[in-house]
Design a protein around this ligand. Structure first.
Ligand SMILES: Cc1cc2nc3c(=O)[nH]c(=O)nc-3n(C[C@H](O)[C@H](O)[C@H](O)COP(=O)(O)OP(=O)(O)OC[C@H]3O[C@@H](n4cnc5c(N)ncnc54)[C@H](O)[C@@H]3O)c2cc1C
Length: 426
């Protein structure tokens, strides 16, 4: 009898997992069903460019079902809960799907309502986010008419998707206002709960220096308790921290708190306090039951929530779904490999490459004659732009990218140039 594989979420992880599995199994060997709540697949790295007029919403959205290979069933409905005991998924439209193997790929959920005032006065007038399509487009319209004042970019709490994206926003804002000839009239401030510009010490030192060089103020260890968008003529709006510090603004770009999908809380044993799926960091098998796996942002792993991570995880996860269905021991080889282009403005970008044990260091990727690491270059900027093509044509269809595999390469890296530090976290 054909094995039943159900994949929850048809974003980056769900789509590449389904396509890879479809290639490995004939239709009479396994049925593959993907469930998602909506029909629009958004290329999320493109959201960064929308506010600056460098990408349009139409350029970064494609029909979700069309990204799945023939022979994959696509069900459009929200998920209500997973009955892990009975190996069944209950959908909001009343459908019940039984499975032999389940892959959770439902990513993160933005929860702006968790922060006092964020959705209150000034929301979408002087307080925005670029972390969804609607917000990115609305922010683009606001930026186009912004003639000067205090722009504040704030990460409320971690974890967030693509932790470098808010920094990239600052760098692009610096470039954008230069282009418009009003940079000297805009004060840019980056406000973070971290004790530096980024979590990893070597990258934090480099990125912190870049903020300073561009005249962008860095406010650290700021745990936002309230976003007060009720502007007064004297002070504009303000961010207020739990320890009662204040950062005033005329325009705030806020990355809201992230959690896992809400149905995870209705599925006993599946998730942690933030509704992320408790997952083995090497095999990607969920703790709750051997026939459940998790990929991408939905998993509670000590590594960045990023499309590149999801891609690298996919190789090991698909191998392990197959091994599980064949009663073979799992492959415990996922090393936490993450790889991020950081757009730095003025047609340049940086690249960082790291894993659970190794923080980002200088050198080249993937070998000593590859792209420069932790260094701005035009080549990296082209790499960032090219990534969109790879996303639709290589990563989602589940093809391997030549020379770039799940294991983090070390041959081009200057490992001795890491800043000495404690254990590396996300
Ligand atoms: C602004 C921004 C910039 C980024 N830049 C980069 C970058 O440069 N490089 C990089 O590698 N990554 C980047 N990322 C991160 C990257 O997009 C994500 O890490 C990646 O998409 C994760 O894939 P995923 O499959 O885990 O989640 P997603 O692709 O988000 O897919 C999750 C899917 O689950 C569905 N879903 C959720 N809940 C339910 C439910 N209850 N019922 C049914 N369906 C549900 C959703 O509709 C969605 O389609 C960026 C993200 C953002 C927001």
């Amino acid at each position: 009898m054909a094995k039943r594989i159900v994949i929850l979420g048809g974003g980056t992880g769900g789509t590449l997992t389904a396509n890879r599995l479809r290639r490995l199994y004939d239709e009479d060997e396994a049925t593959i069903t993907v469930v998602d709540q909506d029909g629009d697949h958004v290329y999320q790295p493109g959201l960064l460019f929308v506010p600056f007029g460098l990408a349009h919403a139409d350029d970064i959205v494609r029909p979700r079902g069309r990204q799945l290979h023939r022979g994959i069933s696509y069900v459009q409905s929200a998920i209500e809960r997973v009955d892990v005991e009975a190996d069944r998924v209950h959908l909001v439209d009343g459908t019940v799907l039984g499975y032999d193997a389940l892959v959770v790929a439902t990513g993160t959920r933005l929860v702006p309502e968790e922060t006092e005032g964020l959705l209150g006065a000034g929301w979408m007038e002087r307080v925005f986010t670029f972390y969804d399509l609607e917000g990115a487009a609305a922010l683009g319209a606001r930026l186009a008419t912004f003639e000067g004042g205090r722009l504040v970019v704030n990460v409320v709490d971690l974890p967030i998707k693509c932790p470098v994206a808010p920094l990239e926003f600052c760098f692009l804002a610096d470039w954008y206002f230069h282009e418009r000839g009003i940079r000297d009239q805009v004060q840019i401030t980056y406000v973070t709960p971290l004790d530096g510009a980024f979590t990893k010490p070597t990258a934090a030192a480099v990125l912190g220096g870049m903020l300073e060089d561009r005249g962008i103020e860095l406010v650290t260890e700021f745990n936002t308790g309230e976003v007060d968008g009720e502007a007064t003529p004297e002070r504009g709006g303000r961010l207020v921290s739990y320890d009662e510090r204040e950062v005033p603004f005329d325009l705030a770009v806020v990355v809201p708190v992230h959690s896992g999908a809400a149905y995870v809380a209705e599925s006993p044993g599946l998730g942690d306090d933030l509704d992320f799926v408790i997952t083995d960091e090497r095999t990607l098998q969920a703790a709750v039951k051997p026939n459940v796996f998790a990929i991408g942002d939905a998993a509670s792993l000590p590594i960045s929530k990023a499309g590149s991570v999801t891609h690298f995880e996919g190789e090991v996860l698909v191998e392990n779904v197959v091994r599980f269905l064949h009663d073979e021991p799992l492959d415990a080889s996922y090393d936490g490999h993450a790889n991020c282009f950081i757009e730095t403005g003025f047609h340049k970008a940086m690249l960082i490459d790291f894993n659970y044990e190794q923080e980002p260091v200088p050198g080249h990727f993937p070998t000593s004659i590859g792209m420069p690491l932790l260094k701005e270059s035009r080549l990296n900027h082209l790499g960032k732009l090219m990534f969109q093509w790879f996303y639709w044509h290589s990563l989602l269809p589940g093809r391997d990218i030549p020379g770039i595999g799940a294991d983090m390469p070390t041959s081009g890296k200057h490992l001795s140039e890491a800043v000495p530090s404690g254990p590396v976290d996300d």
